[in-house]
Design a protein around this ligand. Structure first.
Ligand code: KMH
Ligand code: ZN
Length: 281
C-alpha cells in the first residue's frame, strides 16, 4: 500500500449513543448538522460519517430524515457523505440495509459482531455479505469498520467472495478503544495494519475516549488517515469538554500538517475512496 501524501480526515459528529440532554453541543438537528459539516470542512475534514436523529433527538433510520440530511449536506458542502449502516445497537438488521436508499456516496460496513459496552453490536456474516453486494449494485463505496483483529479476516473473506467494492478501492477504518473491541493502543492498531489484506488501498483509525490522541498520533506516523468527532470522543483535553466538532478536526489537521501530511481536499478524498461524484446528478 503506497503512503498517501495527504491525510483524509473524517468527522463523525453525532453517533447513536450520546443523549442530547447530556451533551447539548451534540449536533442532532438538520440545521446543526449543516453548520457542523460546513465548519468541519473549513477546518480540514473531507468526509462526514453520519448518524441521523429524529425530532426528539433520538437515533433514527427513517428514510425521510436520512434523505433530507444527504440532500442538504450535498447542496451545502462538498464533503464525501458516508451514512452509518451500524445505526444503534437496537436497530434491526433489515432496517440497517435500507440506509442505502438515501443514496449516500459511502456507507459504513462493520466486519463482524462485537461486544459494545454492555450491549452487542450485531453484524453476522450474512448481513455483511448482503450489505457488501447491495452497496456494489448501488454504486456506494463501503468503509470497512474494523473493531477487532477478527474483523480484518472477515474483510478478506468478503473480498474473496464478492470481488472489489464499487470504485475499485478498499478503504478501512479501525475503530479502537470500544469496550469489547480491540484496545485503543498503538500496538493493537499496528497489529491490525500488519494483517490488512493486499487489496486494501487506504486505512484510517479512530480511538474512542482517552485513546483518541494516541491513535491520531500513531495513524499519522504509520501512514493512516484519521476519524475524529463527538461520536467517538467528547473530551478535548483533561477537564475540557468538546464544544464543537470542528475543534477536533482543527487539531487533527494541525497535527497532520506538522507531520507533513496535510489535510486533503474533498476532491482528493473522492479519488482515494473511488466514490462516484453525485453532486451534480
Ligand atoms: N453505533 C454503533 C453501534 C457504524 O456507524 O457503522 C455502531 C457504529 C458503527 O457507530
Ligand atoms: Zn458510527
Amino acid at each position: 500500500m503506497a503512503m498517501t501524501p495527504g491525510t483524509l480526515i473524517t468527522v463523525a459528529p453525532t453517533g447513536a449513543e450520546l443523549a442530547k440532554s447530556d451533551f447539548p453541543h451534540l449536533p442532532t438537528t438538520l440545521d446543526e448538522l449543516v453548520e457542523t459539516a460546513t465548519s468541519c470542512e473549513r477546518a480540514g475534514a473531507s468526509m462526514i460519517h453520519l448518524h441521523i436523529r429524529d425530532a426528539d433527538h433520538r437515533p433514527t433510520l427513517d428514510a425521510s430524515y436520512l434523505k433530507a440530511a444527504v440532500q442538504a449536506l450535498r447542496e451545502q458542502t462538498s464533503l464525501v457523505i458516508q451514512l452509518s449502516t451500524g445505526g444503534s445497537v437496537h436497530d434491526p438488521l433489515d432496517q440497517r440495509l435500507t440506509v442505502l436508499d438515501a443514496e449516500p456516496d459511502a456507507c459504513s460496513l462493520t466486519c463482524g459482531t462485537t461486544n459494545f459496552g454492555d450491549d452487542v453490536f450485531l453484524n453476522p456474516y450474512g448481513f455483511m455479505s448482503d450489505l457488501y453486494v447491495q452497496a456494489q449494485e448501488r454504486e456506494v463505496v463501503p468503509e470497512f469498520e474494523l473493531f477487532d483483529l477478527g474483523h480484518v479476516a472477515s474483510l478478506a473473506r468478503l473480498i474473496d467472495a464478492h470481488g472489489l467494492p464499487f470504485g475499485g478501492k478498499v478503504h478501512v477504518d479501525f475503530v479502537t478503544g470500544v469496550p469489547g473491541g480491540m484496545p485503543g493502543t498503538p500496538a493493537a492498531l499496528l497489529a491490525g495494519v500488519a494483517m490488512l489484506p493486499t487489496e486494501v488501498t487506504s486505512w484510517a483509525a479512530t480511538g474512542i475516549g482517552r485513546s483518541h490522541l494516541p491513535i491520531v498520533a500513531t495513524a499519522l506516523a504509520a501512514g493512516g488517515h484519521l476519524r475524529v468527532g463527538m461520536e467517538d470522543n467528547v473530551v478535548f483535553a483533561r477537564g475540557v469538554p468538546v464544544e464543537h466538532n470542528s475543534q477536533l478536526v482543527e487539531r487533527a489537521a494541525t497535527l497532520a500538517e506538522l507531520m507533513q501530511r496535510p489535510a486533503m481536499s474533498t476532491d482528493a478524498a473522492r479519488a482515494v475512496l473511488g466514490v462516484k461524484d453525485r453532486r451534480r446528478a
